[in-house]
Design a protein around this ligand. Sequence first.
Ligand SMILES: O=c1ccc(O)c[nH]1
Ligand SMILES: [Fe+2]
Length: 352
Amino acid sequence: MPVSQSELTQHFEHVLSLSKVDETQSVAVLKSHYSNSFIVTAAMEASQRLGAKAYIVELPAFNHRTAMGNDLTAYVGHTALTGHPAAQQALMAADLVVDTMMLLHSPEQEAILKSGTRILLAVEPPEMLARMLPNLEDKRRVEAAAEVFKSASTFRVTSAAGTDFTARLGQYPVVTEYGFADAPGRWDHWPSGFLFSWPDEGSAEGTIVVDVGDILLPFKTYVRDKPVTLEIQEGFIRQIHGGFDAEYLREYMAHFKDPDVYALSHIGWGLQPRAQWTALGLHDKNDAIGMDARAFEGNFLFSTGPNTEVGGPRNTPCHMDIPLRHCSIFLDDAMMVQEGRVVAPEGSLSSS
Ligand SMILES: O=c1ccc(O)c[nH]1
Ligand SMILES: [Fe+2]
């Protein structure tokens, strides 16, 4: 459903206020020609309503000849900011950057965050921003789960479809996403509501079965043909087999001619009750990057490729996000999700 400029601006005022924007702050809205103009206007208006000094940094779009499709998460790491220190300085000068063009998984984003600048990514259509408007309850629940995640040393996932995956934890931090950037150096994404970490290098092992109904991003397809089975050893996908969807995934990843594309990237689970598994099927591919799929409560979200977000060595541009339903997730021996239903910790359960 369409969302009016006035409603969107009010939502931005709510989220920027949660992001600690006030008269002491400066806000840079990062945009390009493909940014949603309603979002750019709402971010600028809301910042000024909150008394902040607002400005726009516009960058020419960045294209790479290997990149296919328009999804902003499909080709990551190299952005319009790569090799552009002047623009990076202009963004680091702000207290908060509202990113409407996607810097995620780029070394430049990490450099901006290290300077203490906060970044809030907002690229989804206004309908999704409105439906998954964040609140302090989201933050409390995600942080309750992160407390347990941070102290765990093993991550295990099983499913009736045949998934049996383990990874050691501890080398990389736990990343929380609850929809607003409220602390110095914090990156967040509106909409979101999930958490993840990365497997210790070389520790991811086992089988992941992407079953019928599970989602392949950025393809924005639900697996419908036969399940896709991934065999994982020492941190990398070694085999991809199944039916058409498996062949498509093999072909797509091979296109990048980069062995790092087969590395496991972030692993975690969804905690957003206002995100829906079905939502992706109601949008055209170019409408959105599909945050409902990444955030729906009780999913097991794993991904492939880069680990630059946590200072890791892999900056490969091919990034798959693959959320699964009906999985059970264990931290050490404690079950967090039981066949797609969040069961622990108590503080992370939603009332819906
Ligand atoms: O919010 C996001 C979006 C994409 C991604 O890969 C991680 N988190
Ligand atoms: Fe991802």
